[in-house]
Design a protein around this ligand. Structure first.
Ligand code: HXC
Length: 551
């Protein structure tokens, strides 16, 4: 009988070429030979496979899945379905089981071992992920569970694609002891090696305690689901034993705590569905890795678009607030802005938008909250965001309206000097395009810190309403004309003199610290042109093992 050979693809390399050269190092694949397995046996094999797959997909069983739904949570696999493009998920290691024989564990083996891992796409772009399955041993981490996670971490690093972790778990698998702790260590180490190479996102969708909190803490972003997720190193019971403090899980580590008080989480959403859809939106903004460059998406929004309403955004009264987010939304493509840490240190706004289709990081003082002052929390928040953008080659646009650093013992005792230095350090170190627009106040050290020319701003613009000085008029006059304080008329004259001379953009512009004073309505156009001009920016920093950021 003549066997029909499979057509071979490719010519010069791979095993196809050895066939072409007649070196038959592998058995010839053939079609048309007698069916050695037989139709019936093959069907049994396929049925068996399907049965094993179904068993794995069933996780901890119907009752536990119902309990999961009863708590308002989706299952690990339902979450993956929502996060990824339809039909794109490919699962690894669904048959992996734990190897523990302690405490009768050898009798309870569930395929998958409490975590679903694999890859898929988000709007066509590759993403790796792992999703903790709370229905299997409470999603707790065993040695094999950890190996599944480290496998996708390694794959994501090799493919230089983002990785997302969905958390819903009870920490270390208690029955496994040190094997589980070792597993965590393996995950942590990989988080650190991947930091600044591929984006890492953690989404907390249930309990996240003990060992589970430190992997998210070392990733780029943490998001939570309101009312169903919480994060803490030690839970309420341990807290009570050690400190006698009585606290609920929500009070100790719910989304409201971590998005407003601790700043551990970068945002929270109402439920699993909203959260996962927002993660898709975030991923669209992010580069695949630190060498791929910021993604470009097609946009209908004209880069030259002018907005006349911006000419009246800044109120005439310098002490009256206005919403800096209005400026961001009017400048960004299609008013699409993904805010990071919106509820924490609200005197600073950070987030991703696009200019002319390309992802851009926005950093802005918010005059609506504490007059936009720089305090420890705002400095840390912005510093972390600037460092993320710089690590992943995302250009940064900074809008400045800052009355200075916040005075007082609370701030000084809390380490304002070191926290403020983090932001100064982050901007000074950034080599991505930096475009700065001063809309109103830029006073004192905060002027230097907020991406000024002196620390690396590429293009520094000011609106005609900008006031760039060591401090506001009242404070300045009371210091330099202290002898005249009793004389109201004299003080008023001095104040007017100071305002006319210093509270304008022109003293800085005369020195070239401001490249141009621009019309507010042209802000989008000027930024778009600046970023286009800076597209090829390259800055070499001197060799060093690593910097010593004031952590
Ligand atoms: C093994 C666990 C588990 C764990 C939960 N389960 N946590 N199994 N190891 N760590 C199992 C439960 O036995 C139960 O199994 C199922 O998961 C669901 O748990 P429940 O307690 O019924 O659920 P719930 O009432 O919703 O409470 C969830 C929970 C609680 C708050 C997470 O389970 C809990 O407190 N777990 C322990 C948390 C913990 O202390 N982990 C260790 C942290 S120390 P069945 O079969 O009944 O469904 C740590 C150290 C690492 O992680 C440090 C590295 C740096």
């Amino acid at each position: 009988m003549r066997h029909r050979s499979l057509p071979l693809k490719g010519g010069g390399s791979g095993w196809g070429s050895s066939y072409a050269r007649g070196r038959r190092t592998r058995p010839m694949l053939s079609l048309g030979q007698p069916d050695s397995l037989g139709q019936g046996r093959m069907k049994d094999i396929l049925d068996k496979l399907e049965k094993r797959r179904a068993q794995a997909r069933d996780g901890g069983g119907k009752a536990r899945i119902e309990a999961q739904h009863g708590k308002g949570k989706l299952t690990a696999r339902e979450r993956i379905e929502l996060l990824l493009d339809k039909g794109s998920f490919e699962e690894f290691d669904m048959f992996v089981e734990h190897r523990s024989a302690e405490f009768g564990m050898e009798k309870t083996k569930i395929p998958g071992d409490g975590v679903v891992t694999g890859w898929g796409t988000v709007n066509g772009r590759t993403v790796y992920l792992f999703s903790k399955d709370f229905t299997v041993f409470g999603g707790s981490l065993s040695e094999t569970h950890a190996q599944k996670i480290t496998k996708v971490q390694d794959m994501a690093m090799r493919a230089r694609a983002p990785i997302v972790g969905l958390f819903d778990a009870g920490g270390a698998r208690i029955q496994e002891g040190v094997a589980a702790l070792g597993g965590y260590g393996e995950v942590f180490k990989r988080n650190v090696i991947a930091s600044g190479v591929i984006p890492q996102i953690s989404v907390i969708m249930g309990p996240c305690a003990g060992g589970d909190v430190y992997s998210p803490a070392m990733t780029d972003f943490i998001f939570m689901v309101r009312d169903t997720s919480y994060m803490f190193v030690t839970g309420p019971d341990v807290v009570k034993t050690v400190t006698n403090e009585v606290v609920t899980a929500e009070e100790l580590g719910g989304a409201s705590v971590h998005t407003t008080k601790s700043g551990v989480a970068d945002g929270a959403f109402e439920n699993d569905v909203e959260c996962l859809l927002q993660m898709r939106r975030l991923i669209d903004f992010l580069p695949a890795n630190n060498a791929s460059g910021a993604p470009d998406w097609p946009t209908q929004d004209d880069a030259d678009r002018e907005d006349k309403s911006l000419d009246t955004l800044v109120p005439e009264n310098p002490n009256k607030p206005y919403d800096i987010k209005e400026l961001i939304l009017k400048v960004a493509d299609e008013a699409d802005f993904f805010e990071i840490s919106a509820a924490y240190a609200k005197n600073m706004v950070t987030g991703f938008g696009r200019i002319a289709g390309r992802t851009t990081g926005f950093v802005a003082n918010q005059p609506m909250v504490l007059a936009g002052v720089l305090d420890s929390d705002a400095s840390r928040k912005a510093a972390r965001f600037v460092r993320f953008c710089d690590a992943f080659n995302i250009p940064i646009v900074t809008f400045v309206d800052v009355p200075g650093f916040l005075p007082g013992t609370a701030q000084e005792y809390g380490g304002l000097i070191k926290h403020g230095a983090k932001l100064l350090f982050a901007y000074s170190q950034a080599t991505v395009p930096l475009v700065t627009v001063i809309t109103r106040k830029a006073f004192g050290g905060a002027y230097d810190v907020m991406a000024s020319k002196h620390i690396g701003g590429d293009l520094n613009y000011a609106w005609p309403t900008a006031q760039i000085a060591v401090m506001g008029a009242k404070g300045a006059v009371e210091i330099i004309f202290r002898a005249d304080i009793g004389d109201k008329a004299k003080i008023a004259a001095r104040t007017k003199e100071y305002e006319d001379r210093f509270l304008s953009p022109f003293v800085a512009a005369e020195r070239g610290y401001i490249d141009d004073v621009i019309m507010p309505h042209q802000t989008r156009r000027r930024i778009a042109r600046a970023l286009a001009m800076l597209r090829g920016k390259k800055v070499e920093m001197p060799w060093r093992k690593h910097d010593n950021l004031p952590v």
